[in-house]
Write a protein that binds this ligand. Structure first.
Ligand code: ATP
Ligand code: RIB
Length: 310
């Protein structure tokens, strides 16, 4: 069984499903309101647990009822919560999300306690957990914490897998220690601190090469309905992996997290990088056919069944 630590955000998502997004200064009514569990870290942790991994969540929530709900939800999903800390100074992370008829999203986040997860807290937790196959992180916690986590992962001999979202420039020492980075099509340019200039496809290949030159071992760029592009150290060209066909698109919140969870399951279980990308695409295609970042995450049997039918 693969053992994985996820160091990242835990949010409660307040979602309104609407016919269409409002424009600036406009109100669109008749939406449907739902509360879902979210946060990129928690989404990935629940995704991995549903796939059968042993998962440790390292994160922080407030001393409020949202924090109680978030911890209880992780526990219910089989995630070890011994390293989820409580913070008095602020609230549990929250996201306000609009989802339109096509399943596209607009997300605003108030990170609260996530922003107070310190490097030393993350390090203490990782060392206490000890041997893990992989450590996953995203950028909804402080960059200094991500930096420390990448360093300790290297010392512990664990693969460090980074989702660079929300995108910001990443220190080279972090990139050097990264087994896989999984940006989407806009994040890959933001982490390099520039905008795309020419044809997106050519530009993506250049950006992936740049990241590999800086020390990343594998770059997986998610491209929504167009699937994913893979560029690993030693490859001549980027390899394109088509998306799996979803039954329907209801809510794309957390599509990237579903992809990352399943990809990481594959890598931590000893599968090839390309097969892990294919598995990630299947998992994401199932998730987007259901509401909520976590509720729609599939179990391993469902992923394997769809893989067999593809
Ligand atoms: P999010 O921020 O919503 O989590 P993202 O922008 O990080 O998503 P995307 O590139 O949009 O990530 O999607 C991640 C993966 O989900 C894609 O690589 C693809 O496998 C799958 N996916 C997303 N949208 C679709 C779609 N419409 N049809 C099929 N697969 C999709
Ligand atoms: O990746 C999706 C997640 O981003 C949502 O669950 C929301 O909480 C934000 O963190």
């Amino acid at each position: 069984m693969a053992v994985i630590a996820v160091v990242g955000s835990i949010n409660i998502d307040f979602v309104i499903y609407l016919e269409r997004f409002p424009r600036v200064d406009e109100t669109v009514s008749d939406g449907v309101y739902e509360i879902h569990f979210g946060g990129k870290g928690a989404n990935q942790a629940v995704g991995l647990s549903r796939l059968g991994c042993k998962v440790y969540m390292i994160g922080k929530v407030g001393m409020d009822s949202l924090g109680d709900m978030a911890i209880e939800n992780l526990r219910r999903n089989g995630v070890n919560v011994d390293h989820v800390r409580r913070e008095r100074a602020t609230h549990t992370g929250t996201a306000f999300i609009l989802v339109n008829r096509e399943g596209n999203t607009m997300i605003s986040v108030a990170p609260g306690a996530n922003k107070l997860l310190s490097p030393i807290e993350a390090e203490e937790s990782l060392r206490a957990i000890g041997k893990v196959d992989a450590v996953l992180a995203q950028l909804e916690i402080p960059m200094e914490t991500v930096e420390r986590v990448s360093r300790v992962s290297e010392e512990l001999g664990a693969k460090f897998i980074l989702t660079p979202a929300p995108a910001k420039k990443i220190p080279e020492e972090v990139l050097k220690r990264t087994h896989t980075i999984i940006p989407n099509r806009t994040e890959i340019f933001r982490i390099l601190g520039r905008e795309p200039r020419r044809q997106l496809e050519e530009e993506i290949e250049d950006a992936a090469r740049e990241l590999v030159k800086m020390g990343v071992e594998n770059v997986v760029i998610t491209l929504g309905e167009h699937g994913a592009a893979l560029y690993s150290r030693g490859m001549d060209r980027v390899s394109m992996i088509p998306a799996a066909k979803p039954e329907r698109v209801v809510d794309t919140t957390g599509a990237g997290d579903a992809f990352t969870a399943c990809y990481s399951y594959g890598v931590a279980s000893g599968m090839s990088i390309i097969d892990s990308v294919k598995l990630g695409s299947i998992c994401a295609s199932i998730k987007i056919s259901r509401k909520g970042a976590q509720e729609g995450l599939p179990r391993l049997e469902e992923v394997l069944k769809k893989l067999g039918n593809n």
